[in-house]
Design a protein around this ligand. Structure first.
Ligand SMILES: [Zn+2]
Length: 866
């Protein structure tokens, strides 16, 4: 058996590769491969398929990027030894571990064994213990052949003698198979009914008595738990007590006191739990409350305490290793009164639909019901949601494993699973989707769509959480409109990225009689062309017409025509410098003349821009070129111009005679090329002798309102090419204009702030603070449905995400009675309402304020705490 540190899991592989493992020094580079060899290796890595049991090695992307860079423009000798320090961490034992939550192609790349050997041969490794990270291809039931990046392991020890300890890799074991393996490893021979298996937690043990032999063990654990195997003695007594009574605790204490403490320390080296228990027993022997908590191993306890010890629902959920995303989502849902009430009162029992193939045969509903009962029993301060996690892992394997997950995805799975498990429709009827007849009103279309949906979907989740969206598509060619109404469970709204100010250089060529100026402008990604011009005008306290442009490597100008476009938009992401000419007339409503001084292949100088009335003739352009442009070119770009300015009498070069004027009609106006045989008489003066000025847009507002995000969600947009829509009238795929609107709001509205942005090569967390309305959130005005009932909402729960992508931590705030609580895994504390601007809210649960019920005696039915 091996432990999951890098070197140990290589089973001596490192030595086979001539790596000096003793001191971890980089070996000498032996045969430096050629660039062609390296290219071949890179190719092999790209094309290699995943075969079961094959070994692969992980390489930090940071190092790999260096290799790629060398392939582009460097010397292969410059490649340093493989360095995985960015993806490794050193454990207490000195062994190295892969950092958690890493992502392929973002943090590392996997390399097949042969290719890795070649890379090591050629470049070496910095530290063999750290940099040789072996992983094996396994067959996954659902995902096929995969490279197991984070092999799951459990540490197993005998309860009576913890010096006997083994570490076991979890593959696709069943509980039974794992137990048999472990017993063999530990050399334990005992009938199965004499064996109890416990999971050790910080302050207590959890008896896995309900696990069935054929349960998939991989769904049970996500971290590296320590498991204790307890063999009952001849009297049927185990070492770990399991009864949740004071008697058994006293019994344990009696037994401990009979043994010498020293002996105990010897028996349990480096472990503090016994001392913890002893301490607790000594200091709180009369504290029945504590003890019964300590010995309550069974989280499926459905006892309902009539006199709750803890406030009902204020119950933490122990982290089972990166399961905070799950706890956060569950706490949000647990604090939705209507849904929890439905589970606690057993109303869900008759609704369980075991036959629904889209559900989990009722498993999820049952385990969630049991979880709610435990959390709301008032008996426990926190519980271990193992059964729940196990069912989730069984039906959605993506949620098992070490990697940090997404609380919204988990909640989406949970709500969907609960809906199907509790779908009151036993046999879904076939509902034909029809195009609404001409003249049918929106309201009727929406109602028909909702009725059709309800014919197949009828559950507490639909009743409380599902709303309806209106989606409108308009064909840009024939203006055909298509309206559809679809149910929604989450309002997934975009969060605008934080605006940051960055510097852009712009060289402004004022009317050339004045001096030119270079500005250093502080702008944001959304600063428009018009705003840039306004900044410059502002600096000179003068209103002038400017035409900004950039030039490409061939000297060709690219002009910013549309004043409303961001100057650093998506296509024009970055420039060294932007230029601007002062012109006489506004571009709008006039013609633009672009003049280039053409040498053989490229423009010799910066282009010159002029504006002229739009009805000007070609002759006019020619005349202007001769009378105004050429003298200007001469003054600005001709060599030795300073001298000439000083002494007008000296012999002048006649530029008009030396160039051919070519005038071309173009969409924006006119292109004029001054074709010169000898361009050496011209000198490009860009960037010389300029006045420097600085100016910046005001510091952008750093927070957005939640309604801003909702408005972004309902903003009309043009479909991308790959999402194009088949217009039934044009009979072809078109890039339609699409608009989403909220039509019908549910009683419980879940808003998901899309803070995570993924693309093939980049992942980003948008941490713009969003201002969260707490109470009295009026949504009536943003609805597309005029006849919608009043929609005033109050916040009742928030799922928070702190930290960056991949890692980070999830918690939840939720309202219980009139008090807000903060749920941080097993720990729960009172907290302030999570209203206002903050970067952490990720999911928001709002509840519609119902009109107060007026009793016959005229008193309002007020909600009270407890
Ligand atoms: Zn069309």
């Amino acid at each position: 058996m091996t432990v999951p540190s890098h070197n140990a899991s290589t089973n001596g592989q490192a030595e086979d590769m001539d790596i000096d493992q003793e001191n971890g020094n980089p070996p000498k580079k032996q045969r430096l491969m050629s660039k062609e060899d390296l290219e071949r290796v890179m190719d092999d890595i790209e094309k290699h398929s995943l075969d079961v049991n094959e070994k692969w090695y992980l390489i930090s992307l940071k190092w790999w990027r260096k290799v790629e860079k060398v392939m582009e423009d460097g010397f292969i000798e410059d490649i340093t030894p493989i360095d995985n320090s960015k993806i490794s961490t050193r454990g207490i034992s000195g062994a190295y571990y892969l950092l958690p939550s890493l992502v392929e192609k973002m943090d590392f790349i996997p390399v097949p064994e042969k290719s890795f050997e070649k890379l090591v041969d050629s470049f070496g490794v910095e530290d063999a213990k750290r940099d040789v990270i072996e992983r094996v291809v396994i067959k996954d039931k659902l995902r096929g052949n995969i490279l197991e990046i984070y092999p799951k392991v459990v540490h197993v020890a005998l309860a009576r003698d913890r010096s006997k300890k083994v570490t076991v890799f979890l593959r696709n074991d069943t509980v039974g198979a794992l137990r048999d393996r472990v017993l063999k490893e530990l050399n334990v021979e005992a009938p199965l009914d004499k064996i109890r298996i416990f999971v050790e937690h910080e302050d207590r043990f959890e008896w896995l008595k309900d696990m069935k032999d054929d349960d998939d063990v991989s769904t049970l654990f996500s971290a590296e738990p320590t498991i204790l195997v307890d063999v009952l003695d001849d009297n049927g007594k185990g070492f770990i007590e399991t009864k949740s009574t004071l008697d058994s605790a006293t019994h344990l204490m009696a037994r401990i006191s009979r043994l010498s403490l020293n002996f105990l320390w010897w028996l349990f080296p480096a472990h503090s739990f016994i001392s913890f228990i002893i301490r607790k027993l000594i200091y709180s022997t009369n504290n029945a409350r504590y003890l019964s908590h300590l010995y309550r191993f069974d989280n499926k306890d459905e006892n309902w305490s009539a006199n709750p010890r803890y406030k009902r629902g204020v119950c933490g959920l122990s982290n089972l290793g990166n399961t905070c995303f799950m706890a956060s989502a569950v706490q949000c849902l647990s604090n939705v009164p209507e849904i929890t009430e439905y589970f606690l009162s057993d109303q869900y029992q008759p609704d369980i639909n075991e036959a629904n193939p889209l559900g989990t045969e009722g498993h999820l509903a049952k385990v969630y019901g049991a979880l709610m009962k435990s959390m709301w029993s008032g008996i426990q301060e926190s519980i271990v949601p193992r059964n729940f996690k196990s069912v989730i892992g069984k039906f959605a394997p993506r949620f098992s494993g070490y990697a940090q997950q997404d609380s919204q995805e988990l909640l989406a799975f949970l709500l969907d699973g609960l809906h199907e498990d509790l779908n009151r429709i036993r046999k879904k009827p076939y509902v034909e989707e029809r195009d609404p007849p001409e003249g049918m009103g929106q309201k009727e279309i929406a109602e028909e769509a909702w009725d059709n949906y309800k014919k197949r979907n009828d559950s507490i989740i639909v009743d409380k959480v599902h709303g309806q969206l209106k989606s409108t598509l308009v064909c840009p060619i024939c203006a055909k409109i298509s309206i559809k109404f679809d149910p929604f469970c989450f309002l997934s709204v975009p969060v605008p990225a934080k605006e940051v100010i960055f510097r852009m250089k712009i060289v402004v060529m004022f009317n050339p009689h004045k001096k030119w100026a270079r500005f250093c402008l502080g702008i944001t990604r959304s600063t428009t062309v018009a705003e840039v011009i306004a900044l410059i005008n502002d600096a000179f306290d003068e209103k002038i017409e400017l035409v900004p442009f950039t030039v490409d490597v061939h000297g060709k100008p690219s002009i910013f025509i549309d004043p409303t476009q961001p100057i650093c938009g998506a296509e024009r992401s970055r420039y060294d410098t932007v230029y601007a000419w002062q012109v006489a007339l506004p571009v709008e409503g006039n013609s633009l003349v672009t003049v280039q001084t053409m040498g053989e292949h490229r423009s010799k100088t910066l282009p010159l821009l002029f504006t002229i009335p739009s009805n000007s003739s070609e002759e006019f352009v020619k005349e202007m070129t001769e009378k105004e442009v050429i003298p200007l070119v001469k003054r600005v770009f001709m060599k030795g111009r300073k001298k000439m300015e000083d002494d007008e009498s000296e012999e002048e070069i006649n530029l008009s005679e030396k160039c051919v004027i070519e005038v071309l009609d173009c969409p924006e106006g006119w292109n004029v090329n001054l074709k010169l045989e000898d361009t050496s008489i011209l000198d490009d003066i860009r960037g010389t002798g300029l006045i420097e000025r600085e100016k910046s847009v005001p510091e952008p507002k750093q927070e957005v309102a939640l309604t801003d995000c909702i408005n972004l969600f309902t903003k009309e947009e043009q479909l991308a090419e790959q999402d194009s829509w088949y217009c039934p009238q044009c009979k072809e795929h078109v890039r339609a204009m699409k608009k989403l609107d909220i039509w019908k709001l549910p009683q419980v509205l879940i808003v998901h702030l899309k803070r995570f942005q993924y693309s093939r090569w980049s992942r980003e967390k948008i941490d713009t603070p969003v201002n969260i309305p707490g109470t009295d959130f009026h949504l009536r005005d943003i609805l597309a449905n005029d006849s919608h009932e009043d929609a005033i909402y109050d916040l009742i729960a928030v799922s928070h995400h702190m930290g960056g992508l991949g890692g980070g931590h999830y918690t939840a705030s939720a309202l219980n009675g009139n008090t807000w609580y903060y749920f941080n895994d097993a720990h729960v504390t009172k907290t302030h309402p999570p209203f206002g601007a903050s970067t952490s809210p990720y999911m928001l649960v709002y509840r519609r304020r119902e009109p107060p019920i007026l009793h016959s005696d005229g008193n309002l039915d007020m909600e009270t705490d407890d």
